[in-house]
Write a protein that binds this ligand. Structure first.
Ligand code: AMP
Length: 289
């Protein structure tokens, strides 16, 4: 496995690989790798000749009061893990390398997909994400890019960017990897005290209650949303940021639950903000409803 820190070197390497007709799979990450990240690499490994993983804590996607400075980082440990799962190149540029002093270009997806959920709680976040991801697509010339369903809204926003800008690359969304007790893996879980770690379980539990309600026949998104909220609000240590029950492809509001549905929530456990979601295919209402 090779570590590359310069944009020019990464770009020249990838252009050479493309000339050799190699397919490139890109896995963008902010590092502090866990099994969720590694699952994306494993999928990319199966589908491409070359796997590039970016490891870059992107300052542009953090708000001024957010955790950019304290975000966990351990490049040495990450590189060992990346080599073990078969990454060919780790691209780990500095912020200055990605955004030199005269940097002035941004990519922003507007409208409904960024105008709700994390787009409201974290102004500017998705603009930072789409800008860095667009740069990574151009630097690596990837044929496929792999994202986790864990960040469902992010995957939808990136799909929209790729579609709108006619970027010749395929987006692949991979399932959420969870701890045995249900908590979705996240680099931010390291912020949680043992007590908060326990309290955080209310997040996947509340979403599962919503899912069960749908499986029992509920088709009113408002009632599912209220139930999820009720579980979260009655859980100690949890402060709700948002709960949404929306179309899983477009994030549009639903009058009746059918098709691809996303149950998504963001909560604070102490100072740590966690997100999670469940997506499911819902059969249309039958005569009994
Ligand atoms: P991050 O380093 O948190 O920016 O995440 C990098 C990529 O890994 C994103 O596409 C995330 O959606 C994905 N990811 C993060 N956590 C998980 C998880 N628990 N399961 C699957 N993918 C994940």
């Amino acid at each position: 496995m090779e570590l590359i820190r310069r944009v020019k070197e990464m770009q020249e390497t990838c252009l050479r690989l493309k000339k050799e007709r190699k397919t490139i799979g890109l896995v963008p990450t902010m590092g502090y790798l866990h099994a969720g990240h590694l699952s994306l690499v494993q999928r990319a490994r199966k589908e491409n000749d070359i796997v590039v993983m970016s490891n870059f804590v992107n300052p542009l996607q953090f708000g001024p009061k957010e955790d950019f400075a304290t975000y966990p980082r351990d490049l040495e440990r990450d590189n060992k893990l990346a080599a073990e799962v078969g990454v060919d190149y780790v691209f780990a540029p500095t912020a200055e390398e990605m955004y030199p002093g005269n940097y002035s270009t941004y990519v922003e997806v507007t409208g409904e997909v960024t105008g709700k959920m994390c787009g409201i709680s974290r102004p500017g976040h998705f603009k930072g994400v789409t800008t860095v991801v667009c740069k990574l697509f151009l630097i690596t010339q990837a044929d496929r890019a792999y994202f986790g369903q864990k960040d469902a809204q992010q995957a939808i926003v990136i799909r929209r960017m790729v579609q709108d800008l006619n970027i010749p690359l395929q987006i692949i969304t991979c399932p959420i990897i969870r701890e045995e007790d249900g908590l979705a893996l996240s680099s931010r879980n390291t912020y949680l005290s043992p007590e908060e770690r326990e309290q955080a379980l209310a997040l996947p539990r509340a979403l599962r209650v919503g899912q069960q309600l749908i499986q029992e026949g509920e088709r009113d998104p408002k009632r599912v949303k209220e139930k999820i909220l009720q579980v979260l609000e009655s859980s100690p240590g949890i402060r709700v940021d948002y709960v949404e029950v929306v179309n899983g492809d477009t994030l549009s509001e639903l009058i009746e639950l059918k098709g691809h549905v996303l149950l998504a929530a963001a909560v604070y456990v102490g100072k740590t903000r966690l997100i999670d979601n469940i997506d499911l295919e819902v059969e249309p209402c039958t005569a009994v409803c």
